[in-house]
Ligand binder design. Structure first.
Ligand SMILES: Nc1ncnc2c1ncn2[C@@H]1O[C@H](COP(=O)(O)OP(=O)(O)O)[C@@H](O)[C@H]1O
Ligand SMILES: [Mg+2]
Length: 256
């Protein structure tokens, strides 16, 4: 779909360890591979997204460091060897994270101002990784995004996650004029697990058309590729999980 403004997609989950960072990195790479201009932003103080995109471990800069130092975000942009532009969170110690959070509280426009300062081109996709739960930064981000992708595991606990997520959608997103898509993505699905199939059916009944028509399969190759500091598209280009991320990227492009 043509669009005159950058498209902001947040990858979120009330729960940690569900695959948000892995989905963010691979979605961004597939969007870039299909010819889109892509910026990936890490809002999680764990600052791990950069490691999925081949930035050096010693690279400690990021937007939170810039924000605390009153320096421009643009100076922290990194071009990943994988072909996407990355704005890491930056490496902060615990005290600095506390100071950053106080800054977010005192200056609620920090995120909108930071994004505006990047002067993003129309047609740029901005894929944003987030910390788990309803951190202040997540609540400040949600009203600004065009699309929200909530990552769920195919387990019973996800029915609880969905209840929280529906509340976030109602509170922060659905009333916003530029909000286009709120979707659930089920990650790490195994081929043959009857309980998972039942859970997926229950999730479908609960969220209906908000459930993305594609899922991401469970793949040990993802862990291996991360361990070898390569995206899975380079480490194992023939692994079928690559097709899952491509279908997801194509679906998002068609619906936002
Ligand atoms: N589709 C998948 N199949 C198997 N393992 C996965 C899959 N997606 C993510 N993982 C693994 O799950 C763990 C958590 O993923 P991560 O992306 O860091 O989650 P989050 O950002 O939500 O905390 C990592 O070890 C990652 O390799
Ligand atoms: Mg993460």
């Amino acid at each position: 779909m043509n669009h005159e403004h950058p498209r902001l997609i947040a990858v979120v989950s009330p729960k940690g360890g569900v695959g948000k960072t892995t989905v963010t990195a691979n979605l961004a790479l597939k969007l870039a591979a299909s010819g889109q201009s892509v910026l990936v932003i890490d809002l999680d103080p764990q600052n791990a997204l950069r490691l999925h995109l081949q930035l050096p471990f010693a690279e400690v800069g990021g937007h939170a460091v810039q924000t605390l130092n009153d320096e421009p975000w643009s100076a922290a942009l990194c071009v990943s060897p994988c072909g996407v532009t990355v704005l890491p969170f930056g490496q902060l110690d615990d005290d600095a994270v506390d100071r950053f959070e106080r800054r977010c509280q005192d200056q609620p426009a920090w995120l909108a101002q930071g994004l505006a300062s990047l002067k993003l081109q129309p047609r740029t996709w901005v894929v944003i990784d987030t910390p788990p739960g309803s951190a202040l930064q997540v609540r400040q981000l949600l009203p600004q995004v065009n699309a929200l992708l909530c990552v769920l595991l195919p387990e019973v606990a996800s029915l609880v996650t969905v209840a929280t997520m529906e509340r976030w959608l109602q509170t922060y997103c659905l009333g916003q004029p530029d909000f286009m898509l709120g979707a659930y993505l089920i990650n790490a699905v195994s081929d043959a697990d009857a309980l998972e199939t039942d859970v997926i059916e229950a999730l479908k009944a609960r969220v209906g058309p908000r459930l993305a028509p594609c899922t991401i399969r469970r793949s040990h190759v993802l862990r291996e590729s991360f361990a070898s500091a390569q995206p899975v598209s380079e480490y194992a280009p023939a692994d079928p999980v690559n097709d899952d991320y491509r279908v997801l990227a194509d679906w998002l492009v068609a619906h936002t």
